[in-house]
Design a protein around this ligand. Structure first.
Ligand code: GDP
Length: 396
C-alpha cells in the first residue's frame, strides 16, 4: 500500500475520535508565504507528490470563480500526522487572504479552532497580519506563530545570529501586542505566543525546513548549525534533518485545541441560539449522538459531481442518504446523495461523518456558503441576508 492509500485508511479511522482531530487555518499578510506553507505541509505529510508542492498551489483560488463566491479548487485538505506514537487528522481549511472577502474569511475562521499566523521575517508584522489576527480572535480561534523566510535573513540581508535573534524578538513582541489587544479576556494570557513553550516556529516554507524549541530538542540541531546550513547552501540537507511539516504539524497538535475542547468555548461565541436547547448542548459537547448541525464554509463546483457543500460538522453524525434542512432552502429537506471526507486533495466517499470533522456533501438544494445544515430546524449560524431590490428615487 502506498503512503497516500495508507493515509486514507488512517484518516477514515480517525474521524470518530475528536481528540485526534485538529481543524486549522493558515493566515498571513499577502506574500508572507501562506500558499507555500500550505502546499509544503500537505506534500510533507505525504498527501501529494513533493515535486508538485509549490507548483500546484492547491489551495489557491481561481480568480473568476472567486468573484462568484465559488472556487473549483480545494476548500480543505486533510493530513495524517504521527505525533508521539499516535496518528492525528489535521484538516487544513483554506482561509481566503483577500481583505475584501470579509464574509468568506469569517466563515472559514468559524470552521477552524486554531490558526497558524505566518509572518515574513524580512517584512515583519504588516497591516493584514493585524486584520487576520483580529478576525481569528473574534471567533475564538487560537493562534500559533510561524516566522517564515528565515533563509533571506541569512543569505540576502546577511544578518548575524544576534541581529536575527533581535528581529525574531521584535516580531514576537509585535504579534503578542496584537494578541493581547484582540484576545478574548479569558485567553489574554494563555494565548500569548513564546519560543520556550514551542508556540513559535521558524523556518523557510520555500526550502522546506523549520525549527522550534521542541524540534531542536528532538533533532539536536542547534540554531547555530541551522544558520550554517543555510549560509553554506545546504538547505536541502536541512530539510531532511528538520522537515517543515514535522516541526509545524507537531506545533499544531501540541498547541491548537481539538474540536471537543474548542467547541465548549467557541459555540456560545459563534452561534446565537439557546445554548440549553438539545442542539445547543450537542454542539457544546461535540456530541456524536445529538442532532446534526453543520455550517457550510464553501461551495465547490466539481465537473463531475456538480455543486459540493463543504463545511464543519459541530454535532451529530452525518449519514449518506439522510434528509437535512438547509437554512437557505426554507422548510424543504434535501437528501445527502454523496458524503465525502477530504484526504489531501482528494474526496473520499464515506457512509458517515461524526461531529468535529469537515464534510463534503453532494445533494443539498439551494445550499450556499454560510448556510446551516441540520437534522432539526435550528437557529442558523449566520443571520440570513435578504437582498431587496434597489430603491430608485427619482428627483422631480
Ligand atoms: P501568500 O501570498 O502568503 O500565499 O504567499 P506565497 O506562498 O505565494 O509566497 C509569496 C512569495 O514568497 C513567493 O514568491 C514564494 O516563493 C516566496 N516564499 C515563500 N516562502 C519563502 C521562504 O521561506 N523563503 C523565500 N526566500 N521565499 C519564500
Amino acid at each position: 500500500m502506498g503512503r497516500k492509500e495508507d493515509n486514507i485508511q488512517k484518516a477514515q479511522s480517525l474521524i470518530e475520535n475528536p481528540e485526534r482531530i485538529r481543524n486549522m487555518g493558515i493566515a498571513a499578510h499577502i506574500d508572507h508565504g501562506k500558499t507555500t506553507l500550505s502546499d509544503n505541509l500537505i506534500a510533507g505529510a505525504g498527501m501529494m507528490s513533493e515535486d508538485l508542492a509549490g507548483k500546484q498551489l492547491m489551495l489557491d483560488y481561481d480568480e473568476q470563480e472567486q468573484a462568484r463566491g465559488i472556487t473549483i479548487n480545494a476548500a480543505v485538505a486533510s493530513m495524517v500526522h504521527e505525533f508521539e506514537g499516535n496518528s492525528y487528522l489535521i484538516n487544513l481549511i483554506d482561509t481566503p487572504g483577500h481583505v475584501d472577502f470579509g464574509g468568506d474569511v469569517t466563515r472559514a475562521m468559524r470552521a477552524v479552532d486554531g490558526v497558524i499566523i505566518v509572518v515574513d521575517s524580512v517584512e515583519g508584522v504588516m497591516p493584514q497580519t493585524e486584520t487576520v489576527i483580529r478576525q481569528a480572535l473574534k471567533e475564538k480561534v487560537k493562534p500559533v506563530l510561524f516566522i517564515n523566510k528565515v533563509d533571506r535573513l541569512i543569505n540576502e540581508l546577511k544578518l548575524n545570529a544576534d541581529e536575527m535573534q533581535r528581529r525574531f524578538a521584535k516580531i514576537i513582541t509585535d504579534v503578542n501586542r496584537l494578541l493581547a489587544k484582540y484576545s478574548p479576556p479569558e485567553f489574554k494570557q494563555a494565548w500569548q505566543v513564546n519560543v520556550q513553550e514551542g508556540k513559535v516556529a521558524f523556518g523557510s516554507a520555500f526550502n522546506n525546513w523549520a525549527t522550534s524549541v521542541p524540534a531542536m530538542n528532538r533533532t539536536k540541531i542547534t540554531f547555530k548549525e541551522i544558520y550554517e546550513y543555510v549560509r553554506d547552501g545546504r538547505q536541502k540537507e536541512l530539510a531532511k534533518k528538520t522537515p517543515l511539516h514535522q516541526t509545524v504539524l507537531n506545533m499544531v497538535i501540541r498547541h491548537l485545541p481539538n474540536p471537543r475542547e474548542a467547541q465548549k468555548y467557541r459555540i456560545p461565541q459563534i452561534w446565537k441560539g439557546d445554548i440549553d436547547s438539545e442542539i445547543g448542548k450537542a454542539m457544546l459537547n461535540c456530541d456524536h449522538d445529538g442532532p446534526v448541525s453543520m455550517m457550510i464554509t464553501k461551495m465547490i463546483i466539481d465537473p463531475h459531481a456538480g455543486e459540493i457543500a463543504v463545511g464543519r460538522v459541530f454535532s451529530g453524525r452525518l449519514r449518506k442518504g439522510s434528509e437535512l434542512y438547509v437554512s437557505t432552502a426554507g422548510s424543504q429537506k434535501s437528501k445527502v446523495q454523496v458524503l465525502s471526507m477530504m484526504v489531501g486533495p482528494d474526496r473520499i466517499p464515506v457512509e458517515e461523518i461524526a461531529a468535529g470533522n469537515i464534510a463534503a456533501i453532494v445533494g443539498l438544494k439551494n445550499a450556499q456558503a454560510g448556510a446551516t445544515v441540520s437534522s432539526v430546524q435550528m437557529e442558523p449560524f449566520e443571520p440570513m441576508v435578504h437582498y431587496s431590490e434597489p430603491v430608485v428615487t427619482l428627483a422631480i
